[in-house]
Design a protein around this ligand. Sequence first.
Ligand code: CA
Ligand code: CA
Length: 251
Amino acid sequence: MGKSLTVLAGMLGGALAGLLAFQFFTQILPSLLYQPPPPPPTVREENGYYVVHYEWRYPSGPRGKTWRYDTRIPVEAYRWFRSRPRVRNYAEYVDNPADDQWMAHLAGLLENAARGEGWGEFETLSFVLSFVQGWPYTEDVTTGYDEYPRYPIETIVDGGGDCEDTSILFASLVKAMGYDVVLLYLKQDRHMAVGVAIPQSMVEGWNKGYPLTYYTYGGKIYAYCETTGQNWELGHKPEQLKSTTAEVVPL
Ligand SMILES: [Ca+2]
Ligand SMILES: [Ca+2]
């Protein structure tokens, strides 16, 4: 019984990956004029799709642009992820392959937009981080669970999430961009963040207005990435967090 259910889930996952692969009516565009702070994301159901509109700003300050993200997600795909059991292994929410093509497409759009701006590695990763940070922070009470990890598609259709949900979304995007990435659990703060592998040269040449926070694991250097709040760029750990170490969840 358990096995046939697993096989069925596998088949559904395969069909879903195909379904999502054709849902690339996704756009990422910058606005040309200065605009006031972005409105909250909107999600409406239409003919079997969730039609999502989201705006966020990057970089911070007067030279910042407002960016727009429009996408359509099949209701069936959302329901498939929503009906999956919640496991304690956080890697599952990133590593599940059913949304990988969809994630790769979104990551590609963000990378193209960054390339169009002439940004390097630091700005590109911070731009993707800003995309994730712009979704409203919502407590898990909205789902009826205390600790409810969301798959990336759930976070987007639900219009936001808490720290583990935005960490799962960000980790999925940078993994699709080809980065080595881990989840970071800060036990003392009961907080989740992401570590992205960076080269030694970035550590040595660090010249930002804040100290670089990174962790070494498996011989690699992982820069701290804060996925909640706003304007936390690559390597910037909020000063109010007390944890000096992190538990690493490899992906
Ligand atoms: Ca995935
Ligand atoms: Ca959650």
